[in-house]
Design a protein around this ligand. Sequence first.
Ligand code: 13P
Ligand code: ZN
Length: 271
Amino acid sequence: MKNILEAPFMVEMIRTATNMYDHGWDERNGGNISLMLEPEQVTAYLDAEGVLRTIPTGFTAPELDGKYFLVTGTGKYFKNVQYAPDVNLGIVRLRDQGRQADLLWGFADGGQFTSEFPAHMMSHVARLKVDDKNRVVMHCHPANLLAMTYVHDLDEKAFTRTLWQMCTECIVVFPEGVNVLPWMLCGTNEIGEATAEKMLTARLVVWSQHGIYGAGKDLDETFGLIETAEKAAEIYMKIAHLPRVNTITDDQLHQLERRFNIRAREGYLDD
Ligand code: 13P
Ligand code: ZN
């Protein structure tokens, strides 16, 4: 059996968590990542019958039965993932309508998956409905996006348009825009369901006064999505208190649509 710590998905997960920490997005235990794995990826490194223990999920998601996830642990620091991946990460396989998670590797100190497991798993279900290539759900606390939710209108169209106007390529990276949830209690099935609902129409969901969720086909793409939105929010927070002399116009955003062959979210331009 090959060494799982050398598996490309594991190396990428460790690098991504470290990079997120280095960006200041994941203070203390802030943030969590889940990466859906193909069965073949897992069985090359692990005995699929070797269940270490079973952890109840507290929700139902029949679509995920038999699916494998590499996921960060609750209370674990992204800072430490690189030093002790087998303590800070785990690999689980869901069964029993998604109600049970069999632990196959990791959480070596007796820990368990992130408290945001409902939001992650429900978001995977939602994203897979619109994109069967989706594999990643990522949550973190980037300072500028968070700051923006204190001073900007939380209307999704208004929030999205502001971000699009902050950097020329934002509309290219997230043409569907950014969805926004009001403040809600984190770690609950309720915020999980609300996040998943928002994930049906966009890969970015802001949690007001808390952070952001991103989804994508791989870790790099999902990281890049959040990175781009956070950069735009940073520009906004630098200029929000200053008179706006210039902006990116809707006409220019349309030029970007044509140049990059993308379509801005219906109804978000020209009014
Ligand atoms: P966990 O430590 O349970 O992953 O929680 C961190 C977090 O960001 C909650 O929203
Ligand atoms: Zn959080």
